[in-house]
Design a protein around this ligand. Structure first.
Ligand SMILES: C[S@@+](CC[C@H](N)C(=O)[O-])C[C@H]1O[C@@H](n2cnc3c(N)ncnc32)[C@H](O)[C@@H]1O
Length: 337
């Protein structure tokens, strides 16, 4: 059976749901450092009759995780759902999770991650955030970068299964593996982001062993006011096979979740996102730059497809266009429009 740690459990609601809804668990540790919270967890566990599976615990989450490493009793799943930033817990979490185990991490400090406080973002996540239209996807790429670089310190690396931006938070699900050779590849999975504040054009430059050195192709129609952000995770955000299995499981049990339709909508867009095209443009961003009416998604999509490029939506923003077309092509299309 699997060992699960809900490191920041508050009422224990999530741990109780794990115990009741996920088959094959051996133990769920529901931890919080607040005595009131742990008292509540104990009452909720008893009330729901899951005392055989859920163990309430009162400790600093970091201590629980470092101790599990010292005792060689890693957790197969660690859930981090903090108020604000998970940054203080990442170092312990990447060490305390078992080989191939799952980390589920929420960030609610979206102001920091979306460019309102780029310096704070750097101090917490080791990446400079940018205030671009693509900021929600960039937030996902910042936390993935941070997780991978913490894991790298211990010869480990992350493999994202699913990365979701929703409402006021982002949440990522990554597996953690160990391997010296693979860790060496991590540098070139990260990229700096060039971004023109004037027109929103962006360009990613990967780090490490450079395979393609493309000069920042910022060819804006207005003023070139470049900003440099990152490094961010430049690899795919999701594992399409995994997301497909989650979707199939959802379809297989209709009515099981109240939010079924929303989950299906998000996951369907996720499966269609261009995995190898980081970030996106928004229709209103493109049109406001050139002071035109906003074209419809269908019109932009058709123009890009006709020009021979790929295009998709993004679950992170309803107005978004992801495309492998170079910025110059996108701006040509906008000029024609
Ligand atoms: C956002 S709440 C968790 C909500 C919960 N996961 C849920 O789904 O209902 C964050 C919790 O983390 C706890 N917390 C904050 N820092 C902690 C630490 N260093 N160690 C343990 N618990 C901590 C707080 O007491 C609070 O209850």
């Amino acid at each position: 059976g699997l060992r699960v740690l809900e490191a920041l459990a508050a009422s224990g609601l999530r741990s109780i749901r794990f115990a009741k809804e996920v088959p094959g668990l051996r133990l769920v540790v529901a931890n919080d450092f607040s005595a009131r919270a742990v008292d509540l967890i104990a009452r909720n566990v008893a009330f729901n009759g899951v005392g055989a599976l859920v163990a309430p615990r009162m400790a600093d989450a970091r201590m629980v995780m470092y101790q599990s490493k010292a005792d060689r009793e890693p957790f197969d799943v660690i859930d981090l759902d903090p108020y604000g930033s998970p940054a203080p817990f990442l170092d312990a979490a990447v060490q305390a999770v078992s080989e191939g185990g799952l980390l589920c991490v929420t960030c609610t400090d979206m102001g920091v991650m979306a460019g309102n406080s780029a310096e704070t973002c750097y101090s917490k996540y080791g990446a400079v955030s940018l205030k671009g239209k693509f900021c929600h996807e960039m937030a996902l790429r910042i936390i993935l970068h941070s997780l991978d670089s913490r894991a790298n310190c211990y010869q480990r690396f992350v493999v994202p299964l699913l990365s979701v931006s929703a409402d006021f938070y982002v949440r990522v699900f990554v597996r953690v593996f160990t391997g010296q050779a693979k860790v060496k590849a991590s540098a070139s999975k990260q990229a700096l982001v060039y971004h023109c504040v004037g027109c929103g054009t962006h360009h990613l430059q990967r780090l490490g062993k450079v395979t393609t050195l493309t000069p920042p192709a910022l060819t804006p129609p207005l003023c070139p006011r470049p900003q440099l952000g990152g490094p961010v995770w430049a690899e795919p955000l999701h594992d399409p096979a995994f997301v497909g299995r989650v979707l199939a499981a959802l379809e297989g049990s209709p009515g099981r979740f109240q939010t079924q339709e929303r989950m299906r909508g998000v996951l369907s867009v996720v499966t269609e996102e261009l995995g190898d095209v980081p970030l996106y443009y928004t229709l209103d961003g493109l049109s406001s730059t050139i002071h035109s009416n906003t074209p419809s998604l269908l019109q932009i999509r058709s123009a890009l497809l006709h020009a021979g490029f790929r295009v998709s939506l993004s679950h992170a923003c309803k107005n978004a266009v992801k495309t492998d077309a170079p910025p110059a092509v996108l701006w040509d299309i906008m000029r024609c429009w």
